[in-house]
Design a binder for this molecule. Structure first.
Ligand SMILES: [Zn+2]
Length: 116
């Protein structure tokens, strides 16, 4: 913990496979992520997102980053800024999506518990 709260760690060398389809992707990102649980308590955590050429294909930010990887097999110093912008956009989308999923799971738990 460095207090930043917005640190993104990219893994370009041998990233883990996509958790959705099990296929390989060009990059994974770890980012800090906190969410509010059912009792209103903030829960800090680390999340990981994998860029997948299959599952992320229809997502514009992921598409642009995948296109970048398709063109640039190695990362040139002159491309770092572009790469950073594309990555930041993709991580922002991945982060928002995972928050949604967490909230959905949380709400599902609550409604289920209420019914039981
Ligand atoms: Zn996938």
């Amino acid at each position: 913990m460095n207090g930043e709260g917005d640190e993104i760690v990219l893994q370009l060398a041998d990233p883990p496979n996509c958790p959705r389809c099990g296929g390989p992707g060009p990059v994974s990102a770890q980012f800090s992520h906190s969410w509010t649980n059912a009792s209103g308590k903030e829960v800090p955590g680390i999340r990981e997102a994998m860029l997948c050429p299959v599952c992320d294909r229809d997502e514009p930010a992921a598409d642009r980053l995948l296109a970048f990887f398709a063109v640039h097999k190695t990362l040139e110093l002159s491309e770092l800024e572009t790469f950073h912008d594309l990555t930041a956009a993709w991580v922002a989308v991945a982060r928002a999506r995972q928050v949604d999923q967490q909230q959905l799971a949380d709400e599902y738990e609550r409604s289920r518990n209420g019914e039981l």
